[in-house]
Write a protein that binds this ligand. Structure first.
Ligand SMILES: [Zn+2]
Length: 412
């Protein structure tokens, strides 16, 4: 997918940076700014269709068990086989988005898994090749290798032409929201984390990692809504790294924040961090403005790739969200919503240990046709995952359906 770029005007941009500087001073962190090469508005190559499909997944992690099996004889790393079984499905989306819950601080800083991640650059390349188009980077591991780790990770993503949001190299970069224009449908994407694992991180981390701070979020939403009509997003997506780890139900803080955001203009919330799948809601919400809006929250999408065991940490979900633009009114609405349960299968590929992300419905179908496709205990786990995630996605009005893959090649 080719990505072209548009910039905001310089004057309004200085205004935005000064608002952020004021916010930073208000939260007591050191405000500083440096020139950034990252673009705020990204236009994804489009055709003339008026319906687009977004695929979203949860946490993209790289534990030691993962990079050890990806290590090659020549000392390099290759993660491509992790995603070989899922890439054809992901490629059916116009845009695939996930949460990169690690940093790439370079080989000199020694590669590590939990508790302070540092992942080989080849991991990002494999994500790109798997079909990911956008990565969020705000999470409790964003600052695992300090400011240098944040900067180098964003540099690597820029080298891959992978748009990102959630961490920034400067206040100027922080002030530029990520905007996607896909076939004429404009999406604003924001990302925030509840905090960091490092209890004693310097206060300036709040300039580089977006934290869940309602004043900052309000400023970001207001900034998007103040854009001229040609740039203003049709829908605002907020990616939140929140909730309690390994809990199958969202907590009351998540539920309250979801409503608070919907009332203030957010349309979609994509959740990550619990490492298990949590439930979804799709409902009409009355905004502070008085308008009624169709809003969707996925509280947690689980692990998409991770070394964490056992089930349910081995499972995740791809969420499919359609957006439709009315040809007469140009109004954009949320269309069909669907899900695909996924399973992180630890197996052998070409005689070597590997992790393989499997689409659960397809893998179960394959097992019916070929009983030796997976060992019996794995088949049982896939069956359990399908049942459990279907339960989590069973909204009262059944708005989320099991995704039916497009049979013909998608004209991406
Ligand atoms: Zn996390």
């Amino acid at each position: 997918m080719r990505i072209s770029v548009a910039r905001f005007s310089l004057i309004s941009h200085f205004f935005r940076v000064s608002l952020y500087a004021a916010w930073m001073l208000a939260v007591g962190a050191a405000a500083y700014a440096q020139e950034s090469s990252t673009q705020a508005t990204q236009s994804l190559q489009s055709t003339h269709a008026t319906r687009i499909t977004i695929a979203a997944v949860g946490d993209l992690m790289c534990h030691e068990s993962e990079f050890l099996v990806a290590r090659q004889k020549d000392g390099g790393y290759n993660f491509e086989s992790f995603f070989a079984a899922i890439a054809p499905l992901l490629s059916q989306a116009d845009v695939a988005i996930g949460n990169l819950e690690t940093v790439m601080a370079g080989a000199k800083a020694r590669f590590t898994g939990y508790p302070a991640f540092n992942t080989p650059d080849e991991y990002a390349t494999a994500l790109k090749n798997a079909g990911f188009d956008v990565l969020t980077t705000a999470n409790n591991h964003s600052f695992d290798r300090g400011f240098a780790g944040v900067v180098r990770t964003l540099d690597i993503l820029d080298t891959l032409a992978m748009p990102h949001t959630g961490t920034s190299r400067s206040l100027i970069e922080r002030s530029k929201p990520l905007m996607l224009d896909i076939k004429g449908i404009k999406l604003g994407i924001l990302a925030y984390a509840y905090g960091l694992n490092q209890k004693h991180a310097p206060a300036k981390y709040r300039t580089v990692v977006n934290v869940i701070d309602t004043s900052a979020i309000l400023l970001d939403i207001a900034e998007m809504e103040a854009l001229p009509p040609t740039q203003k997003p049709d829908k605002i997506i907020v990616c939140l790294h929140w909730g309690d780890e390994y809990q199958l139900e969202p907590n009351s803080t998540q539920k309250k924040l979801a409503i608070w955001l919907f009332e203030r203009g957010v349309d979609i919330i994509l959740g990550s961090h619990p490492h298990v799948v949590q439930t979804v809601e799709r409902k009409y919400v009355t905004r502070k403005s008085g308008d009624s809006a169709d809003c969707v929250v996925i509280y947690s999408m689980g692990n998409f790739i991770s070394g964490q065991r056992p089930i349910p940490r081995e499972t995740g979900v791809i969420v499919w969200l359609d957006f439709e633009k009315n040809a007469t009114t140009n109004a954009v609405s949320i269309g069909a919503t669907a899900f695909t349960p996924t399973y992180i299968h630890k197996t052998r590929v070409d005689g070597k240990s590997s992790f393989v992300v499997l689409p659960v419905p397809d893998a179960l179908k394959e097992c019916e046709a070929n009983p030796d496709y997976l060992p019996q205990p794995v088949k049982e786990r896939l069956g359990d995952a399908l049942k459990e995630i279907t339960r989590q996605f069973a909204t009262p009005n059944k708005t989320f359906k099991l995704y039916q893959p497009v049979q013909s090649e998608h004209p991406r």
